[in-house]
Design a protein around this ligand. Structure first.
Ligand SMILES: CC(=O)N[C@H]1[C@@H](OP(=O)(O)OP(=O)(O)OC[C@H]2O[C@@H](n3ccc(=O)[nH]c3=O)[C@H](O)[C@@H]2O)O[C@H](CO)[C@@H](O)[C@@H]1O[C@H](C)C(=O)N[C@@H](C)C(=O)N[C@H](CCC(=O)O)C(=O)O
Ligand SMILES: Nc1ncnc2c1ncn2[C@@H]1O[C@H](COP(=O)(O)OP(=O)(O)OP(=O)(O)O)[C@@H](O)[C@H]1O
Ligand SMILES: N[C@H](CCC[C@H](N)C(=O)O)C(=O)O
Length: 510
């Protein structure tokens, strides 16, 4: 596959519009009661749109928006230095923009950004079949399986999500699970140039609340599940559900695919106004079903039963019952956008796993080591329950929790780990700006009632090394929380750290 395509975050042929034209689009979007003002030369041409000064390219319209920690207008000087041609901002930001700079000023510009970006790039998503996947767990796995499956079947495909973006087989670096609208629409424009036929993307609840997918109508929106997550961002589970459910409305999608094994999925199936298809891997009555599931250490075999007598015996190259549900969701999503479900399933079966998702690290040791991105209660539980039957000896887990994120999940994760594993090594994940010892104490507070042996080793490498030293034949070591991540963030500094590499190094050093 080669090096990531750094230039593919944008189309090779830039779009072009004048500041005056952009203001006209905004007036249409905002309606007559919202004034849209133009300061300076309205004939200036813009050839791109971005909302981060650090990603400005020459000719861009810099969207200087208010945020939770700052106002983008504070970075106008940086944006101009990087070549921005004009600024889009709100009245509060306008006072920070020099008079000489062409600017468009409107109240609450974030509301219009998705539509604006889509318009600037001439609605590129309409040239592809668009699959959106949401849920607390499994988004990355489902989108990667779908893209991998159809690519192997010869379809030009793209995927956007937490582990990055791939366009027609080329890696493209992105950082958020769901990129901001200007970045997203530029990526779609690039995909259109590359004749991509189908794009599967993860849609996070943040993205829905912050309007990152505004301007896109997905051909199918897929709901996986809803568990505890992001309660630092959403007030409560009801609000979190509401954010996810907003994807299943006619402004955002044409059709819904919903997991009826999940409690919130069943609710959504009742509530959505979209044409509905359902799926189940646990025996419920549904349009798409996985039956005769046989789980093994390297994956599972099962039969897919679908509409119109669809019946296929297939496999998924990832262990765990939940990955049968993920594979089923991937196949059904492909079918619902008009792709052949049989070749998608066959493509998935022929594939490898997904980076950092139940990824086995094998260096010839006499026990099993698995690196997994489980960093939420349900994922820790699902992963440990998957690994227990594959363990003839002891199940050991190395686990921490991220800083500056939902604190409530920490003791819950500790409790689950101590209940389902035999040895728990509590360590640091990404402490970010928080005191690492205080985070560990919160995780540890959940572990007190269980029989598991619990130890605390803050340094993540030392914690991994300790677990590996304790392991023997028949044991399984789960290194949870960071999966595919390649850095550890402590006090604002990201240091290279890849659990998979550290495991290899520590195994070699044993
Ligand atoms: C809560 C959240 O999602 N915040 C996002 C939001 O931040 P914000 O609006 O508060 O921005 P801010 O930091 O106050 O800055 C204000 C403005 O100044 C701009 N700025 C800031 C600094 C600078 O040097 N130059 C510059 O132009 C920023 O681009 C922003 O527009 O807009 C920023 C600009 O795009 C994002 O970087 C930022 O994501 C932060 C980094 C983040 O961590 N987001 C995570 C929580 C997130 O979105 N996660 C989801 C879900 C993942 C999952 O499912 O697990 C995702 O989709 O990735
Ligand atoms: N369907 C599922 N049900 C429960 N747990 C799952 C499911 N799919 C994956 N997991 C667990 O969740 C972890 C994250 O999976 P994945 O990355 O596919 O989900 P995600 O929704 O993209 O997560 P994130 O939003 O954190 O990026 C996996 O490593 C696994 O432990
Ligand atoms: N997208 C998630 C990733 C969390 C990964 C975990 N390793 C952590 O740091 O908590 C977030 O930013 O909340």
């Amino acid at each position: 596959m080669g090096e990531p395509q750094t230039s593919w975050t944008r189309p090779s042929t830039a779009p072009r519009a004048s500041v005056g034209e952009v203001a006209q689009w905004l007036r249409r979007l905002a309606g007559p009661s919202t004034p849209v003002l133009v300061h300076g030369d309205g004939d200036v041409q813009v050839t791109g749109l971005t909302l981060s000064s650090s990603r400005v390219e020459g000719g861009d319209l810099f969207a200087a928006l208010p945020g939770m920690s700052s106002h983008g207008a504070r970075f106008v000087a940086d944006a101009l230095e990087a070549g921005a041609a004009a600024v889009l901002t709100d009245p509060e930001g306008a006072v920070l923009v020099p008079d000489t700079v062409p600017a468009i000023v409107v109240e609450g510009p974030r509301r219009f950004l998705g539509e604006l970006a889509a318009e600037l790039h001439d609605r590129p998503a309409t040239s592809m079949r668009m699959v959106a996947v949401t849920g607390t767990q499994g988004k990355t796995t489902v989108t990667q399986l779908a893209e991998g499956g159809v690519s192997r079947a010869g379809v030009r495909a793209a995927v956007i999500g937490t582990v990055g973006t791939r366009v027609a087989g080329h890696d493209v670096a992105t950082s958020l699970t769901t990129p901001e609208a200007p970045d997203l629409q530029a990526l779609f424009a690039r995909m259109r140039e590359e004749s991509v036929a189908v794009c599967a993307m993860e849609v996070s609840s943040h993205a829905l609340v912050l309007g990152r997918v505004d301007g896109v109508v997905f051909d199918v929106a897929t709901f996986l599940n809803l568990g505890r997550d992001h309660l630092d961002f959403h007030a409560d589970v009801e609000e979190y559900y509401g954010a996810k459910a907003s994807l299943f409305t006619p402004v955002r999608a044409r059709r819904a695919l919903v997991n009826v094994d999940d409690e919130h999925g069943r609710r959504l199936a009742q509530e959505t106004a979209l044409p509905l298809s359902t799926f189940s891997a646990e025996g419920a009555d549904a349009d798409w079903r996985a039956v005769e599931v046989v789980c093994g250490a390297d994956g599972s075999s099962f039969r897919i039963l679908g509409p119109d007598g669809f019946d296929l015996a297939t496999t998924v190259p990832l262990p765990g019952e939940f990955n049968v549900a993920n594979a089923l969701a991937a196949v059904a999503s492909c079918a619902l956008v008009g792709l052949d479900p049989r070749s998608a399933a066959e493509g998935i079966a022929r594939g490898t796993g997904v980076p950092g998702r139940l990824e086995r690290i094998d260096a010839g040791q006499d026990f099993t080591v698995v690196v997994d991105y489980a960093h939420k209660p349900d994922a820790v539980e699902a992963t440990l329950r998957t690994l227990r039957p594959l363990t003839s000896g002891r199940l050991l887990v190395v686990l921490g929790a991220g800083g500056d994120r939902d604190r409530g999940k920490r003791p819950v994760m500790g409790e689950i780990a101590a209940r389902l594993a035999d040895v728990v090594v509590v360590t640091d994940d990404n402490p970010r700006s928080e005191d690492p010892a205080a985070i560990r104490a919160e995780v540890l507070s959940g572990t007190t009632d269980a029989a598991a042996e619990v130890m605390e080793i803050g340094d993540r490498r030392a914690a991994i090394a300790a677990a590996l030293r304790l392991a023997g034949p028949g044991d399984v070591v789960l290194v949870a929380g960071k999966g595919h991540e390649t850095g550890q963030e402590v006090a604002g500094v990201v240091t290279p750290f890849d659990d998979r590499q550290v495991v290899r190094e520590e195994l070699a050093a044993r």
